[in-house]
Ligand binder design. Structure first.
Ligand SMILES: N[C@@H](CCC(=O)N[C@@H](CS)C(=O)NCC(=O)O)C(=O)O
Length: 237
């Protein structure tokens, strides 16, 4: 069976478990501490990061983009009919736009006070505006340009899941002002895939980390910035 080496609140891992869930591929998962990485992990993960996928032939694959490609090579494509030529390239491009936002969203959610929160929000909103504009020219489907879940929807799922939890626990709507993005997010969340992609402790861990009294979202107002400045080790706990 495939094995995923994971960290509970890592969005890059969630993209991969999302692909596995959407494709119906069985897998086992092992969680590690990123603050105290086990030697066996460091020996096989050249980037020292999760996700790591260990194939049935015991080959260790790292970097989520490479793992996602492997899963498409090995298992049925989610949207075979559009996985051609320009459609496939366009889907990949929007996947990239989503995954580029993972650390930005982490940093945004960790902001220590309102001013920092709003500054980081502006950068997120610039990206959301581009998606909103694209979606406004492609209405009428449940997901991104289709009525079946595709790689693009799964790439954005970690962002949607986190936004839903932020709204549930703080009332803040991260997609405020972007109605089509919000509808897309709601439709992806309504599939129920998100809950299957994470450990039972995910919501508690997420709330303890991003909605603590150290963050603006958690009701704090700190003079220190908070946030990871692009470093995933401090972004994901
Ligand atoms: N480019 C990597 C990023 C993965 C990543 O940033 N993982 C974080 C957890 S969310 C990590 O393992 N951080 C530990 C570290 O950088 O030392 C990928 O796409 O797989």
């Amino acid at each position: 069976m495939l094995k995923i080496v994971s960290y509970v609140i890592c969005p890059f891992v969630q993209r991969i478990t999302g692909l596995l869930e959407a494709k119906g591929v069985p897998y086992e998962i092992e969680y590690i501490s990123l603050k105290d990485k086990p030697q066996w992990f460091l020996d096989i993960a050249p980037n020292g990061q999760v996700p790591l996928l260990i194939t049935e032939d015991n080959i260790a694959l790292f970097e989520s983009d490479a793992i996602a490609e492997y899963l498409d090579d090995e298992f049925p494509l989610l949207r075979p009919e559009i996985n051609k030529s320009a459609c496939r390239a366009r889907q990949r491009a929007w996947v990239f736009q989503g995954t580029k936002l993972y650390l930005k969203q982490c940093s945004h959610m960790q902001s220590g006070n309102q001013q920092i929160f709003e500054e980081r929000q502006e950068s997120m909103h610039n990206q959301f505006a581009k998606v909103e504009s694209f979606l406004s020219g492609h209405t009428g489907t449940k997901y991104f340009c289709a009525d079946i879940i595709g790689n693009i929807d799964i790439a954005w799922l970690p962002l949607f899941h986190r936004a839903a939890l932020v709204q549930k626990h703080s009332g803040t709507k991260l997609f405020e002002g972007f109605p089509l993005l919000q509808i897309w997010a709601d439709n992806v969340m309504a599939t129920g895939i998100a809950a299957k992609t994470v450990h039972d402790s995910f919501e508690d861990s997420f709330v303890n980390f991003y909605l603590s009294d150290k963050t603006y979202l958690g009701g704090g107002n700190k003079t220190s910035n908070g946030g990871c400045g692009g470093s995933s080790i401090s972004c994901c706990g």
